[in-house]
Design a binder for this molecule. Sequence first.
Ligand SMILES: NC(=O)c1ccc[n+]([C@@H]2O[C@H](COP(=O)([O-])OP(=O)(O)OC[C@H]3O[C@@H](n4cnc5c(N)ncnc54)[C@H](OP(=O)(O)O)[C@@H]3O)[C@@H](O)[C@H]2O)c1
Length: 292
Amino acid sequence: MNSKILVTGANGQLGNEIRRLCKNFPGLEFIFTDVDMLDITNPDAVSVFMEASKPAIVVNCAAYTNVDGAEDNIKMARKVNALAPQVLAAACAMQNAFLIHISTDYVFDGESNIPYVEDDVTNPISVYGSSKLEGEEKIKTVFDDYLIIRTSWMYSEYGHNFMRTILSLGREKDKIEVVNDQFGSPTYARDLANCIIDIIIKSILNPQAYLPGIYHYANQGSCSWYEFAREIFKIAGITNCEIVPVTSDKYPAKAKRPKFTVLDTSKVRESFGIGIPNWRDSLKECLSSIIE
Ligand SMILES: NC(=O)c1ccc[n+]([C@@H]2O[C@H](COP(=O)([O-])OP(=O)(O)OC[C@H]3O[C@@H](n4cnc5c(N)ncnc54)[C@H](OP(=O)(O)O)[C@@H]3O)[C@@H](O)[C@H]2O)c1
């Protein structure tokens, strides 16, 4: 197997982190694309690109990630999150390539209070969650050479995310309100990027340890959005903005959010011998690179 890796949606949070890390792996050859270079919703473009570049592995970081926007743009959310993964899977099957696809904790309804394992019943409560679940299901109908990694509450120094929003609000306002009744695990995109490269090296490029399937990856530990915001302020040294905990019904959003989406990560840790940092340590690391 060659070691050529095609990354789609590479200008997003996760794609950028893989781009940053790839310099540490000169033995792997990466091709980074985003929508302007390779629109994954265009089957002809995908098949031409795959045939010309012949990657051994495709890492699909592309997605429609606007959770509220998806409620009004159902067609677009389905096109990018459900139909395009099927297109990529079909192109991978044609080229004998392996597909690593990223999915979400929002495939669950959040009615549990025990961390979700991979086999738990899915029941999305938003268009975004449904479109991502459909993407998972469509990949499974095409072939078995896939790894679907569900992750949660992702942040990084790139793009739009909760951490960056809270940092700016903390610098602009005297007081902010943050919901305290939704629980999950904040996940640093760089940790997930590291995990993906680790899995590529340990499993996909090593047929002896070939372990396709669905996996959960999130930083260890959990919190509410309010606790996450408090920790951001604490680490960033923001002291002149008060954070007030509120319930979700005070902030009705377009899309319903699950109340509890902590993911059980035992399977990925045990299958690939991967250590996962605690969310507070990773947040510190991310914020220190921003503050520097
Ligand atoms: N962010 C989270 O909190 C979170 C949580 C759980 C799971 N996930 C999943 O993790 C993965 C990565 O998320 P992320 O936060 O890195 O996403 P992101 O920052 O929104 O990046 C997604 C990238 O995909 C690109 N894209 C959109 N449509 C495309 C198309 N048709 N063809 C090619 N590229 C396209 C986007 O370009 P434009 O910006 O130009 O549209 C963007 O660069 C996604 O599968 C997401 O569903 C994310």
